[in-house]
Design a binder for this molecule. Structure first.
Ligand SMILES: NC(=O)c1ccc[n+]([C@@H]2O[C@H](COP(=O)([O-])OP(=O)(O)OC[C@H]3O[C@@H](n4cnc5c(N)ncnc54)[C@H](O)[C@@H]3O)[C@@H](O)[C@H]2O)c1
Length: 316
C-alpha cells in the first residue's frame, strides 16, 4: 500500500509505516498535478498539513484513496463530510501539538515582560553605541509569577497553556462557554502528579482579572477580542494570539497598543496570512512569530507517529 505524504511527515512516522509494509512517498506534488499523480501511482493514503487541499473533485477523481490524513488540528483544507459520505476515512492528530503551542505562548510571554522582542530589534542597531540608554528603556520588566493569566477557550491548547502557567506560579482564570469545569493534571519529571480543579468563569470576569490574556478558541464568524473586550481589560495588559488570525480585531489591537491600553501583544496567527498587515508587523510593542505554534520536532514526531498508528489500525 502506498502513502503520499504531500506536505511531509516526520521520520518517526515514515519508519513506523515502512515497518508495517507501507511504501511512503514524501514528494511534494503540485496541487494541480495531484489527481494525475495519485491515479498513476495508485495511492491509498494521502497525508496533508495545511498546504495541500483535498476537495470533493479530487476525491471523486481518485478512487484508490482510502484515507485522507491531516497532520495537525484544523481540517478546513479537506472536504471532510463529503469524503466520509463516500466511505473514506478522514483522520487527524488534534492533541499532538497542544504542548508545543502552549510553550510558544510562554516564549512570547517571557519575552514580552522583559521587552526581548524590542531589545532584539534594537541591540543590533544601537547596542554598541547606546547600551546604557537601551538598558534604561528595558529596565521596567515584570515577573510572570504571581500574575493572572486569562485563558479564552479551555480546550486542548488552553488547558496545556494553563498547566505551564501553573508550573510558573501564575493564577489561571478561564472562559469557555462550552466547558464548566475540569481537572488539570500536572506531571513532573520524577513521576509526581498534582491535580488542579478549575471552574471556568464569565468572559467579563476574565477580562477584569487577567494581567495577560491568551486565546485558544477555534476560528469563528465574529472577533472574540474586539473594541468592547479591549475596553474591559486591565490597563497595561498583555495579549497573545496563537489561535487563529481573525479572532482578534487587529485594527483595534493596534490602536490599543498605541494608546498603551494593551502594553504588548504576542502574535503567531494573523488575519491576512501569508501577508499580514504591516501595522501589526511594524508595531514595536508586538512580539512576532510566523504561525509556528506546532512547529517543534516533538510535535511533528507525535503527529507522524499518531498518523502512522491510525493508518496501520485502519488498513492492516
Ligand atoms: N498557532 C498554531 O500553530 C496552532 C497550532 C494548533 C492549533 N492552533 C489553534 O488553536 C486553537 C485551539 O485549538 P485546540 O486544539 O485547543 O481546540 P479545542 O477544540 O480543543 O478547544 C477550543 C475551545 O474553545 C472553546 N470556545 C469556542 N468558542 C469560544 C469562545 N467564543 N470563547 C471562549 N471559548 C470558546 C471551545 O468550547 C473549546 O473548549 C484553534 O483555533 C487551532 O486552530 C494554533
Amino acid at each position: 500500500m502506498k502513502v503520499l505524504a504531500n506536505d511531509g511527515i516526520a521520520q518517526t512516522g515514515v519508519d513506523q509505516l515502512e515497518k508495517a509494509g507501507f511504501e511512503v512517498i514524501t514528494t511534494n506534488v503540485a496541487q494541480e498535478q495531484l489527481e494525475n499523480y495519485i491515479n498513476k501511482h495508485n495511492i491509498d493514503v494521502i497525508l496533508v498539513r495545511s498546504a495541500t487541499t483535498v476537495r470533493a473533485e479530487l476525491i471523486d477523481a481518485c478512487p484508490s484513496i482510502k484515507i485522507i490524513g491531516r497532520g495537525g488540528v484544523g481540517m478546513d483544507n479537506i472536504d471532510v463530510t463529503y469524503a466520509r459520505e463516500k466511505g473514506l476515512h478522514v483522520i487527524n492528530t488534534p492533541a499532538a501539538s497542544s504542548h508545543s503551542v502552549a510553550e510558544l505562548v510562554f516564549a512570547h510571554l517571557f519575552g514580552m515582560v522583559r521587552y526581548l522582542y524590542d531589545a532584539n530589534r534594537n541591540m543590533p542597531l544601537d547596542g554598541d553605541t547606546k547600551f546604557k540608554a537601551l538598558k534604561k528603556s528595558y529596565a521596567n520588566g515584570k515577573e510572570l509569577k504571581g500574575k493572572t493569566l486569562g485563558v479564552f477557550g479551555f480546550g486542548r491548547i488552553g488547558q496545556a497553556t494553563a498547566k505551564v502557567a501553573l508550573g510558573v506560579g501564575m493564577k489561571v482564570v478561564a472562559f469557555d462557554p462550552f466547558l464548566k469545569e475540569t481537572d488539570l493534571e500536572l506531571d513532573f519529571f520524577d513521576g509526581q502528579k498534582i491535580s488542579f480543579h478549575i471552574e471556568t468563569i464569565s468572559k467579563e470576569e476574565v477580562l477584569k482579572q487577567a494581567d495577560f490574556i491568551t486565546l485558544h478558541v477555534p476560528a469563528q464568524k465574529d472577533f472574540v477580542i474586539d473594541e468592547k473586550e479591549i475596553k474591559a481589560m486591565k490597563d497595561g495588559v498583555g495579549l497573545i494570539n496563537a489561535a487563529r488570525g481573525g479572532v482578534v480585531n487587529e485594527v483595534e489591537l493596534v490602536q490599543a497598543l498605541e494608546s498603551g491600553k494593551i502594553a504588548y501583544a504576542g502574535i503567531d496567527t494573523f488575519i491576512d496570512e501569508p501577508t499580514p498587515a504591516m501595522q501589526v508587523l511594524m508595531n514595536q510593542h508586538v512580539s512576532l512569530s510566523p504561525h509556528i505554534g506546532a512547529a517543534t520536532a516533538e510535535a511533528q514526531d507525535r503527529i507522524g507517529s499518531e498518523l502512522a498508528s491510525q493508518i496501520i489500525d485502519l488498513l492492516k
